[in-house]
Ligand binder design. Sequence first.
Ligand code: GLA
Length: 748
Amino acid sequence: MSIRFEAKTSTFTLHTQHSTYQMQLDPMGHLLHLYYGRSVGDASNFDLYPAADHGFSPDYHELENVRGSYSPDVLPQEYPGANRGDFRVPAADVADAQGARGLELIYQSHSVHAGAYTLEGLPASHGDDCETLAIQMRDPVLGLGVQLLYGVYEQQDMITRAVLFTNEGSQPLTLEKAASACLDLPFGSWDLIQFHGRHAMERQMERTRLDHDTRRVGSVRGASSHHHNPFVILCEPAATEDYGSCYGVMPVYSGNHCTDVEVDFNGSTRLVTGIHPDGFRWLLNPGETFTTPQVLLCYTHEGLSDLSHHYHRFIRQSLCRGTANQTSQVLINNWEATYFHFDQDKIYDIAQKAASLGVGMMVLDDGWFGKRDTDTSGLGDWFVNTQKLQGGLAPLIQKINDLGMKFGIWIEPEMVSEDSDLYRAHPDWALTLPGRKPVLGRSQLVLDMSRPDVVDYLTDCFTKLLSENHIEYIKWDMNRNMTDVYSHALPPERQGEVFHRYIMGVYTLLDRLTTRFPHVLFEGCAGGGGRFDAGMLAYLPQIWCSDNTDAIERLSIQYGTSFGYPVSAVGAHVSACPNHQTGRTVPLGTRGVVAMSGTFGYELDLNKLSRKELSLVKRQIARYQSYAELIRTGDYYRLTNPAGADFWHGWQFAAPDGSEALMNVVVVHPQGNPRPLHIEWKGLDPNSLYKVVRAELQGVHPGLPAHDWAKAIAGQKFTGAQLMYAGQTLPQLYGDYPSVQILIRKTR
Ligand code: GLA
């Protein structure tokens, strides 16, 4: 049993393999947060909070005589409401029909059941390896029932949380804020790690010390955004990849999210996470229930790599639904090869060359439908552009299938061009403000996904596309953020619900299509990685990581992404050089090494490559296929920070049982007289013997000693302890962005 309730002390204890999460009811029925951290057993930890007069801290009316020594102002709370004596960031803010704001939750009952909970209309983790605790709280004055849900994945060290609000009274209530979770850490000082960015430069890792203020990581763009990823880490200042207390907080949400972290006057830290309160207002009529998104919490005392490994495994095993469709198959996408300028012959040419090299799928990107020769028109008209594809999709798909390749296609369901038949027929289906010209993004408008009729229409459109054509992969794009957020189908008092109803509409469409077409591999995308989050990953096992395909820029993007998300989720392709985003030229071999740390594919016209390059592509594909299992399911280790001072960047995969490992090193700043490049392997069995299966150099100038080293090292044996603790020194890798991959395997 991972969930215990000790009646004598009214203490709830949630146990995972390596962590303890503890809460306690106080005599008035408030739910206090006692502890979350390294395993401590079942004993109540309430004496962590001795009574002390904090001056100016308000008192519960029932306890007026204790004067500031038992105050909501300082006690750690499990789910604090606004305007009742706790001045820190609230988890919820509720107003009654008179506009009186105030929420104070009192315990009613609790229940425990085997298995994971589900959330109506929202993505949530699944699995039998979970136990659920539901604590029923109530504000008797508002007549509001609040159910706090906890999913405990004992073996995976993961605790999920979500909240259900039910109006049990007779007056309408308004939720001004409804977060998914609060986490009070009364002691310690903490670093905040967050992943900020911009289009083509997503998830740049930033680590800062928390001070006496409130930090906010969030998005009000209608999508989780390129700008602030919905994943943060709090870690002790001394924490490294291999050591130290770390808390991960990952909302399973793709819309406006917000994580506030406050350090208060007492030096205690509070984190509140969930839907962004700006632009949010939810009318809860009697009998109605509002469900918050889920959040995934993980604690480890073993550093950042261990935290990442927990999220990687959890997302693959207990969040994604469709990973079975991911294989070692390599795809080619025509976007950077042709942009909008193609016809069926051009696509077939690319496919034919790719098939001859071992590529297994041809993906037709934007431009195949409606009037779509530029990005200014056609979105919404999901019928084939027969000027480009004479005879429609079916003959092209057949020809591609005849090459032994699968066929995939790009769609952008949530968008509409002003210049489209769909918009002309249904102008009220777009988000626009009455009386104003809508603000444009990439010349397009956003469909009002909060409308069930829009979601039904799109369901029919794409059900038809997928039923009538042999399509085995979908790239689901979303290329602008939301403005003019107003639904022509909702009354004035419900306009604060549009952002959240929108993303629920997206989830409904995703749910319908992925359920109806389980054999189709869906890949998410939003101008690259603008919606790279756990919410999308619940439906789609992989997401195009960034529109930036420059291998060197990708190092920091993929590095930041790796803290929360598994490599199996990271869409990565080899593209042409000079690179279309940066103008940089990186050796084809190194481009392959970087793209292999993702769902490997190509995005260029292979017909433009030389014979020598084509033969390298063929070897690259074969190599990726032999590494694919290790890359997708191995433990991922970051060896350097690409934004740091090192002239090289390294990362490594190790099979969870330590049987094999793959080292990747890229020289990012070629230097005249570099220091020795020394690597220390991770995740091996110190007592086993490992053989170097192969060391492959890429982009190293011919005739240099490194080539002799690569030949000589193959077949050599080292103990795991040698490789991990003494490490290895690599030869100097001269060239423009050279790289090396070393595969080792356990031997006798
Ligand atoms: C977005 C995607 C690209 C490509 C284009 C097509 O930018 O991120 O990969 O699909 O749209 O318009």
